[in-house]
Design a protein around this ligand. Sequence first.
Ligand code: GTP
Length: 235
Amino acid sequence: MQYKRILLKLSGEALMGDRNYGIDPKRLSEYAKEIKEVVDKGIEVAIVIGGGNIFRGVAGASNGMDRVQGDHMGMLATCINGLALQSALEAENVFTRLQTALEIKEVAEPYIRRKAIRHLEKGRVVIFGAGTGNPYFTTDTAAVLRAIEIDADAILKGTRVDGVYDADPEKFKNAVKFENITFKDVIEKGLKVMDMTAFTLSEENNLPIIIFDMNKQGNLLKLVSGEKVGTLINI
Ligand code: GTP
């Protein structure tokens, strides 16, 4: 196996499947199965999931809502997704723990780094909810932060695009995919991988990022097994 401990970042929107809002149970269950495959191989898996399928703080702010208020709603949305993913994983007999950056103790454990690492060592999937617990930060930043804290080997960002391209592949047919690219080149070429806060945090801490298509069955397992999937970004 290429990686021993990974942090998987999933977007909230991905959970919508073909819907316009909320959670598609079919998609959720597919993701749980993909995750189970890598857990069964002995990979330690931590997950950060976005909340955009339920609420986006930035979108709220652009509609006149207070940004901090909107971000708090977004953080709660990630907890809802975290609970859903926990349920789906448990349905596949995967042991999980949900830890949240905002305390909602009756619902989930509070985020405690040492406890999270212990859970991972015991083979439990740890889902981190409520982002970083702070407004103005994205769940991508939360993913990088948690990945560094738990000493993950890499952050695997599952998207609907299968890597980093020199132009938007959904708009430009001739867009070329990079197999590997450096952090520096991503910045110089102005490519969009993550927001800058998340991206530079990853670069400064030498945490490789892999962008891959999470909706293609078997991709996650291939990736952790060392097969060439998606785009690897490193120093
Ligand atoms: P170890 O015993 O250290 O292996 O970990 P554990 O998670 O099995 O033990 P613990 O007794 O901490 O947790 C037992 C169950 O309670 C797990 O499902 C936890 O997710 C849950 N749990 C632990 N702390 C909290 C909390 O603060 N709030 C909520 N809602 N659940 C919690």
